[in-house]
Write a protein that binds this ligand. Structure first.
Ligand SMILES: N[C@@H](CCC(=O)N[C@@H](CS)C(=O)NCC(=O)O)C(=O)O
Length: 203
């Protein structure tokens, strides 16, 4: 069975948990106690030299990074959905939004949430400014479309959904971004959707 090195409050892990659930995949969650720095032990660093979660182990095939894991799962189990493998232009756009998730959403939305939630030192106002800029770009993009790429949900939506849905934990009002709010609701209405702490429960 697949193993996910996991942490309950990690939004990056939740991207993977969410796609696993949407794809109705079984897996074993291996909890990594980040408060006790279990992600920095030699045993764990041998699995992921970056000392981060999530990591997926699919029968010895080990992949780190939430975006990379989403691509792997969609390519292997998506049955033609979630990743437009045969459409180079659409695939390029999906990659664009995966990068956006790993950069703009991470440095803005995820960072401001982490600074507040885990009481870390850092530039909270700077992170909030980056978060609002990223959410504004998402909001403009979603003004005339239901999903980030094409006319069906893809891993691009899942990768960006989680930290967009958690922005209130970083002190940002999600209702400032009406198209983003509507799109969050679309993801939450998908069959197989699951929430996490501070994200809505399935309807
Ligand atoms: N690009 C990675 C980032 C992973 C990441 O930052 N994970 C956090 C938990 S949400 C972590 O393990 N942080 C510990 C660290 O960076 O030392 C991904 O998308 O999976």
């Amino acid at each position: 069975m697949m193993k996910l090195y996991d942490s309950p409050l990690s939004g990056n892990c939740h991207k993977v948990r969410l796609l696993m659930s949407l794809l109705d995949l079984e897996y074993e969650s291996v909890p990594i106690n980040m408060a006790e720095m279990a992600h920095k032990t030699p045993d764990y660093v041998a699995i992921n030299p970056l000392g981060q979660v999530p990591v997926l182990d699919d029968d010895g095939e080990v992949i780190r990074d939430s975006q990379a894991i989403l691509v792997y799962l969609a390519a292997k189990f998506g049955d033609g959905r979630w990743l437009p493998k045969d459409d180079p232009y659409a695939l390029g756009h999906v990659s664009e939004w995966l990068s956006f998730s790993a950069n703009e959403m991470s440095h803005g939305c995820a960072a401001s949430r982490a600074l507040v939630l885990f009481n870390r030192d850092g530039d909270l106002e700077g992170a909030r400014t980056l978060a609002r800029k990223a959410l504004g770009i998402l909001d403009d993009h979603l003004a005339a479309r239901e999903w980030l790429v094409g006319d069906a949900p893809t891993v691009a939506d899942i990768a960006n959904y989680v930290y967009a849905g958690l922005v209130h934990q970083g002190g940002i009002n999600p209702h400032e971004f009406t198209n983003v709010s509507t799109w969050l609701g679309r993801v939450e209405a998908l069959e197989g959707y699951i929430g996490m702490a501070a994200l809505p429960a399935p309807k």
